[in-house]
Design a protein around this ligand. Structure first.
Ligand code: PEP
Ligand code: MN
Length: 338
């Protein structure tokens, strides 16, 4: 059980609630974020007088499960949120946000060629890993800081917003100095110290669903960021692990409208990691737009056969441009712009 307090209630009011709990031989613990204050009742839930506590000054409401705390604290119905993607675009408005680029940043020539091509085709964001979370420690781990410099050059050259992954709290300052949006990868969705630290800085966060995470776990991970004071969160469905091995992951598109409804946060879809196969990107993009996704995250490489990571799920620039053109009628039919 959780007692939600007004975010600005004076400490004396919180003390009064805790005192009331103690009088009923219940134990409460106050947790204070920048946007919400909550008392968790750890012991004695059945001994407290709910309606009496609800009437105390500073108390907003009492909820039974943490899942009911997800969303906008001030109102019971989450309001749709539009999150900035650099200075020229947003995610969550009428216009779909297409973010495209290589799995990993490899070198200046290939990155700039890709950036110019995806910008020309209609992308508003450039993706590219500087720090790569690879399954094997012997696989390419990313160029690190050198890649951040190349991403900054690519933004300068094209105006694209930069989306790149941050893997640890120590990397946040370096990545945030370059990125317009900080990506939390599937493997790190459960890394609560990282999520908390991202809540304490201002850059928007792209939170990818853990490949075994439920929708509720994804929304609670977003809540870790939000409670620290950063409401600019973009969710991303990138497929989950199921018994199906034909595709790399199973893209679970039903969560897209549901996550948006429950949290008010925008959600984009990554059909590259969601399928692992380049030829499945287009059909999954169509489906994603049709079910209400606010954008797409697509791997593009000038020569996928020679990509240092994830070439098999990357499009060539010309195929990417054709894809965007073919998505326009789908967007229009869904009352979105592209
Ligand atoms: C990525 O987008 O670069 C990536 C590593 O994806 P995921 O975290 O979804 O596996
Ligand atoms: Mn990849």
């Amino acid at each position: 059980m959780f007692i939600v307090l007004e975010p600005t209630c004076p400490p004396a009011q919180a003390d009064r609630v805790l005192g009331c709990l103690a009088a009923a031989d219940a134990v409460g613990r106050l947790s204070e974020g920048r946007s919400r204050r909550v008392i968790e009742v750890l012991e004695g839930q059945d001994r407290i007088d709910r309606s009496r506590i609800e009437q105390l000054a500073g108390v907003v409401r009492i909820v039974d499960a943490a899942r009911e705390l997800v969303g906008t604290p001030e109102s019971s119905k989450p309001q749709p949120r539009e999150v900035p993607l650099g200075s020229r675009a947003t995610v969550g408005g009428r216009r779909l946000a297409i973010i495209a680029g290589p799995c990993s940043v490899e070198d200046q020539t290939r990155l700039l060629e890709t950036a110019h091509a995806v910008a020309e085709a209609g992308a508003v964001g450039l993706r590219g890993g500087a720090y790569k979370p690879r399954t094997s420690p012997y696989s390419f781990q990313g160029l690190g800081d050198a890649a951040l410099d190349l991403l900054a050059q690519a933004r300068q050259a094209t105006g694209l917003a930069i989306v790149t992954e941050v893997m640890s709290t120590e990397q946040i300052a370096r990545v945030a100095a370059v990125a317009d949006v900080l990506q939390v990868g599937s493997r790190n969705m459960h890394n609560t110290p990282l999520l908390r630290a991202l809540g304490e800085q201002d850059k928007p966060v792209l939170l990818k669903r853990g490949w075994s995470a439920t929708l509720e776990e994804l929304l609670q991970a977003a809540e870790y960021v939000r409670v620290g004071g950063n409401p600019s969160i973009i969710l991303c469905e990138r497929g989950i692990r199921t018994h199906e091995r034909y595709v790399r992951n199973t893209l679970a598109l039903a969560v897209v409208p549901e996550a948006r409804r429950l949290s008010g946060l925008p959600m984009i879809v990554d059909p590259s990691h969601g399928t692992g196969r380049a030829h499945l990107i287009e059909p999954m993009c169509r489906a994603a737009v049709a079910c209400g996704a606010d954008g797409l995250l697509i791997e593009v490489h000038p020569n996928p056969n020679r990509a240092w990571s994830d070439g098999e799920q990357s499009l060539e620039p010309a195929a990417f441009a054709r894809l965007v053109e073919r998505l326009r009628p789908v967007a229009t039919a869904c009352d979105r712009e592209l």
